[in-house]
Design a protein around this ligand. Structure first.
Ligand code: FES
Length: 147
């Protein structure tokens, strides 16, 4: 069996929603401390709906395919739905990722969360902080340190 599904290859070679939104309402940037890959997500939000989303990813093929798929999954959706998007759902929508590449899809989940958090912060909207772990704590997580 091929290591990567046709969908992964499709989204890697022909990624959707690549780019930048100049007047974005929320921007999220996350990185993976181990591989050094970085993902940035831009959101345009109107009345709680994600009306537009773009990404730029400096990373591996799985990270690019995951960002592309994740943007497709949240475009036109309410924020509440985007917040529920898990990396597993992104990987499933891609017809799976190899086990050692699952962490790449985590970047997509985190980048979306971070962009929504940025939107909340910029607009003074209250939110449950526990739902938005600071991505900068990631290295500590890798060391399994207690907060
Ligand atoms: Fe870094 Fe895939 S190897 S995100």
């Amino acid at each position: 069996m091929a290591l990567y599904s046709d969908k992964v290859m499709d989204h890697f070679t022909n990624p959707r929603n690549v780019g930048k939104i100049e007047d974005a309402d929320g921007i999220g940037e996350v990185g993976n401390a181990k591989c050094g890959d970085i993902m940035k997500i831009y959101l345009k939000i109107e009345n709680d709906i994600i009306t537009d989303v773009k990404f730029s990813t400096f990373g591996c093929g799985s990270a690019i395919a995951s960002s592309s798929m994740a943007t497709e999954l949240i475009k036109g959706k309410p924020i509440s739905q985007a917040l529920e998007l898990t990396n597993k759902a992104v990987a499933e929508a891609l017809d799976g990722l190899p086990a050692h590449k699952m962490h790449c899809s985590v970047l997509a989940e985190e980048a979306i969360r971070s962009a929504i958090k940025d939107y909340y912060d910029k607009n003074g909207i209250a939110y449950d902080k526990a739902k938005f772990p600071d991505p900068h704590d990631e290295e500590e997580e890798h060391n399994f340190e207690e907060e």
